[in-house]
Design a protein around this ligand. Structure first.
Ligand code: BES
Ligand code: MN
Ligand code: MN
Length: 462
């Protein structure tokens, strides 16, 4: 019987080459041109779970992309871990800013990754992190060290709102029954500062359309005399924050949970360097809501951001025109207790109410989801903490993240179990950005740490 360290030593080249093959398939869920590739990826994931030793593997068809379900049940009296991940990826745009093609993975070293990092879309989010679980399972089944039951549920629509998965979870509660849900789709503070994500923000995503005149107009003949939808839209957007960067939508903060002084002091203990933060982003100052630190602004506070804005002439040279329409995509990151549907309604009502005469406004809600917090005294959290202690030699720090995995709150509601977020990515991995990468060290450390979770969870469960 081999231990995990020696198993990794022996198989790490294959662990890398298998992941690289998976990363070559452009499983972009947002773009229907890649439909066949998304499905091809689903099949590849299914095959990998079969090879890793699952007894049952299924490709579950949905109205959208398939969900891969797999399980290995060794004893009904033992606990069951449900692993969730996603095989779809974000579009790679802007493609010109990649140093190497997003779907031709290459290994390069960086300052933070002297051991090398795999550069490819999805390397960290989430193919690389999802695949750590497949390889950890391979080790446990291969070396007879699987201490409990395991179920896998890997979806292909996370980056577009998990619509099919929501339905799947509601309709398959029995099949998905479990004692804890385990996800690696977040990050950690630093390679030498392990952390467990204890919170995720919720999300409300909307698109707005401002319409002025019935056609594009000559900006000389009409300029100044009719509402310019782009001028109006930008003014309306600017008014959504006040001088302290508080959001001005009435009722927006009504259910926001304020952390106690003690909780905030606890948070402030996590290692953080404002200088390195600014340097990594080439900015001379941070920016945000008055009265909160950077780490608070991006985790425990709700925000509103324009994600894209367009209208009028953006081609070469100058065209004198007042556009008939202007558009923007706006996201609001929410904190636990804020209801995303309610926030979407509040936004719509407010945005329509601040439109001046001379334009009409349409607000189209996209997807959303609730935020999530998980306690640090659950056996799941304790098991994860012990697993990190074994492989990092340090107790991990609980940390709330600013990102969202909206399906997690639905898991708790429908499946009545807690989710443990063991993320191994770093902020500098550039997920969703050009040159996304995942450190080889992080990838292997994840594979090394995961079996410890199963072991400690099974022991603590007794
Ligand atoms: N894996 C991310 C979320 C994430 C990353 C959480 C890092 C915490 C730390 C996930 O794939 C993602 O990108 N989620 C989207 C929301 C989704 C509805 C499109 C997000 O957060 O923008
Ligand atoms: Mn993800
Ligand atoms: Mn993502």
């Amino acid at each position: 019987m081999q231990n995990i360290q020696s198993y990794i030593q022996e198989h790490k080249d294959r662990f890398l080459s298998e992941l690289i093959e998976l990363l070559k398939i452009p499983s972009i869920s947002a773009d229907s041109a890649f439909k066949n590739d998304v499905i091809k990826t689903a099949n590849a994931v299914m095959e990998s779970l079969d090879k890793a030793g699952c007894d049952t593997v299924e490709l579950c068809e949905t109205d959208g992309y398939p969900i891969i379900y797999a399980e290995k049940i060794i004893d009904k009296n033992l606990p069951t871990v449900l692993v969730y991940g996603h095989y779809d990826v974000q579009p790679p745009d802007p493609i010109d800013l990649w140093d190497s093609p997003p779907f031709e993975p290459v290994i390069k070293t960086t300052e933070l990754h002297p051991e090398g990092a795999i550069f490819a879309r999805g390397s960290c989010d989430d193919k690389g992190q999802m695949y750590m679980h497949v390889k950890a399972l391979e080790f446990m089944t291969n070396q007879n060290q699987l201490p409990c039951n395991v179920k896998f549920m890997i979806e292909g629509e996370e980056e577009v709102g998990s619509v099919s998965l929501s339905k799947f979870v509601k309709e398959n509660q029995e099949k998905l029954s479990n004692d804890v849900i385990l996800i690696s789709d977040t990050g950690m503070i630093a390679k030498d500062v392990p952390s467990i994500t204890t919170g995720l923000r919720g999300l409300s995503y909307v698109e707005v359309e401002v319409t002025g005149p019935n056609r594009d107009l000559h900006s000389g003949l009409y300029g100044g005399a009719v509402a310019n939808p782009i001028n109006v839209l930008t003014k309306m957007i600017a008014s959504l924050h006040d001088e302290n960067n508080h959001i001005t939508i009435p009722g927006f903060y009504d259910n926001v949970e304020e952390l106690s002084t003690e909780e905030r002091a606890q948070m402030a203990k996590a290692p953080f360097s404002l200088d390195s933060y600014k340097k990594a982003l080439d900015i001379d100052a941070v920016y945000g809501e008055t009265g909160y630190s950077t780490n608070e602004r991006n985790s425990i506070r709700p925000t509103l951001d324009v994600n894209g804005i367009w209208g009028g002439y953006i081609g070469e040279g100058a065209k004198t025109v007042i556009a008939s329409k202007a558009f923007a995509k706006i996201s609001m990151r929410l904190v636990p207790n804020q209801d995303w549907k309610n926030i979407t309604e509040l936004f719509k009502k407010h945005f329509e109410s601040i439109a001046p005469k001379g334009v009409t406004v349409k607000v189209k809600p996209h997807h959303g989801g609730q935020g999530y917090v998980t306690p640090i005294d659950s056996i799941g959290y304790k098991a994860a903490s012990k697993a990190y202690e074994d492989t990092f030699g340090k107790t991990p720090i609980p940390q709330r993240s600013g990102g969202s995995i909206p399906i997690v709150s639905l898991f708790e509601k429908e499946l009545k179990s807690k989710t443990i977020l063991m993320g191994f990515g770093l902020d500098s991995d550039a997920i969703h950005s050009p040159n996304e990468h995942f450190g080889i060290w992080n990838y292997l450390k994840g594979i090394e740490t995961i079996p410890g979770f199963y072991k400690h969870f099974t022991e603590l469960y007794k």
